[in-house]
Ligand binder design. Sequence first.
Ligand code: ADP
Length: 246
Amino acid sequence: MTMTLTRPAVSVTELTKTYGSGDAAVHALAGVSVDFAAGAFTTIMGPSGSGKSTLMHCAAGLDVATSGSIRLGEHELTRLSDTALTRLRRDRIGFVFQAFNLLPTLTAGQNITLPLDLAGRRPDPDWHDRLVGVLGLADRLHHRPSQLSGGQQQRVACARALLGRPDVIFADEPTGNLDSRSSAEVLDFLRHSVRELNQTVVMVTHDPVAASYADRVVLLSDGRLAGDIVDPTADTVLDALRHLGD
Ligand code: ADP
């Protein structure tokens, strides 16, 4: 892959995030610059407390950085008002969370279309059917989340995240609550969505096997960029994680 030549979907420059102040200050991000290429699957990894969630939440406009810049397409996130940021998140970003975050009273089908319904946008029916087909959900659309397995619920969450064709999908430990078979299905889909459906995925995980599905792994340590692996395997990722402190 020639990722260095592709346009970044998200461009993070000199990002810092400090919690507290004075002696109690915690530098969750201590100056991180990284591009997430469009049409690529990037994973963020690192030890617990290294800043992965903070980086993802800031890049996705869910949290506000202390300083630095985050560009999504033509938008500078750090300059947007709360309202503009909410709208941009709704219209341009897809989310997949560890806990699925489906609404229990709605059917799978209603969960999938909810964000677009709330935005007053009409889903593209061909794209909807393609996603539902690839995800194997066609005969599950009338089920409620409680009638679905964890893997099926996460596949519903994937369809919901992709339905609006977002500029980028942020996935936060999407396989953290799944068994290995369901994990593989969700990761296969995320990779498929990048390779075949031309989507952009940024995923946080602590699992080297999950990370090996990505095109690239970005490593964090103590709030700083500490490594970059192209075409990772579980072994190269494990090795890099082991040597982080060296
Ligand atoms: P990771 O996702 O890699 O485990 P985080 O981004 O959650 O790391 O956290 C990075 C650092 O910031 C950690 O030291 C963590 O304790 C600290 N941190 C995160 N959120 C808060 C918060 N709300 N208040 C204070 N410290 C925080």
